[in-house]
Design a protein around this ligand. Structure first.
Ligand SMILES: C[S@@+](CC[C@H](N)C(=O)[O-])C[C@H]1O[C@@H](n2cnc3c(N)ncnc32)[C@H](O)[C@@H]1O
Ligand SMILES: Nc1nc2[nH]cc(C(=O)O)c2c(=O)[nH]1
Ligand code: SF4
Ligand SMILES: [Mg+2]
Length: 244
């Protein structure tokens, strides 16, 4: 089952327990492993400290065992859901970590934009695919997204999570969701006040609330009754702070 491995993962930060603030697992206690490096550069990315190469000196190459030691220390050795995020965690070799954790009763959720499919996606418990809408400035590769869904197969629960800033983003979410009718959909309002990468940003709660209300109206107006609309709970509680 679990064997020592030598996979090296580039880690930006490991923190928690906190609660998962977004999407299908919202409210669930979790420890985050945030990897460093991303193949995208979203205009409004809220985690630039794990994306831009000017921060790469803060990223640490860690063995699977070193990461696991931090996770189990933070969780007090009690199994919980580990959230793998980034950056794009699909860049890193995380299959060994998932194996190791499963052997001790932990569960794993991964957040990715769906640009890189990995065979080890099938080992996950939850796969959150967050295709990037027009406002991000990125172009969503629907073939790569479909490959991610295929790589996961029947292993994890796979869901779609869309960040929505405006009507164009909403239309994008509608179109992409229609291509994957079997996948549950989560919509969250975009936060246009991402933090200075090393600071504690204040958040525009009024703006977020306004976009959240607009999103609810849009979903109701289109009779999109299978979509879930949720805020980023951690942003409401702690603003743009890191490590929560
Ligand atoms: C920082 S990303 C890291 C994982 C992966 N690169 C991705 O984008 O899915 C984690 C989640 O935060 C969301 N996100 C990033 N910036 C955001 C913002 N300014 N407002 C709302 N959600 C945001 C992403 O869409 C994704 O669902
Ligand atoms: N509490 C909390 N929930 C989150 N959900 C997704 C996050 C992320 O940055 O990937 C995140 C995060 O950074 N903190
Ligand atoms: S894909 Fe995710 S981590 Fe990468 S730039 Fe976009 S929001 Fe940030
Ligand atoms: Mg975040």
């Amino acid at each position: 089952m679990t064997e020592a491995s030598s996979s090296t993962v580039l880690v930006s930060e490991i923190f928690g327990p906190t609660i998962q603030g977004e999407g299908v697992l919202i409210g669930l206690p979790t420890v985050f492993v945030r990897t460093g490096g991303c193949d995208y550069r979203c205009s409004w990315c809220d985690s630039l400290h794990a994306v831009e190469s000017r921060f790469r000196h803060d990223w640490k190459p860690m063995s699977t065992e070193e990461i696991w030691s931090d996770v189990t220390r933070l969780s007090g050795g009690k199994p919980l859901t580990v959230s793998l995020s980034g950056g794009n965690p699909a860049i890193q070799p995380l299959g060994d970590l998932i194996d190791l954790g499963h052997g001790e009763g932990y569960r794993f959720a991964l957040e990715t934009q769906g640009s890189l499919a990995r065979p080890w996606f099938s080992q996950l418990d939850t796969l959150v695919l967050s295709p990037k809408p027009p406002s991000s400035g990125m172009v969503c590769d629907l073939t790569a997204l479909a490959d991610c869904v295929g790589a996961a197969g029947e292993g994890p629960q796979t869901v779609l999570k869309f960040v929505v800033f405006d009507a164009e983003d909403f239309a994008f979410a509608r179109n992409v969701a229609a291509r994957f009718p079997a996948l549950p959909v989560y919509l969250q309002p975009g936060n246009h006040t991402p933090p200075p990468a090393d600071g504690e940003g204040n958040v525009d709660i009024d703006g977020l609330t306004e976009r959240m209300r607009w999103l609810v109206d849009a979903v109701a107006g289109e009779r999109w009754f299978s979509a879930h609309v949720l805020p980023q709970l951690h942003v409401m509680l702690w603003g743009n702070r890191r490590g929560v």
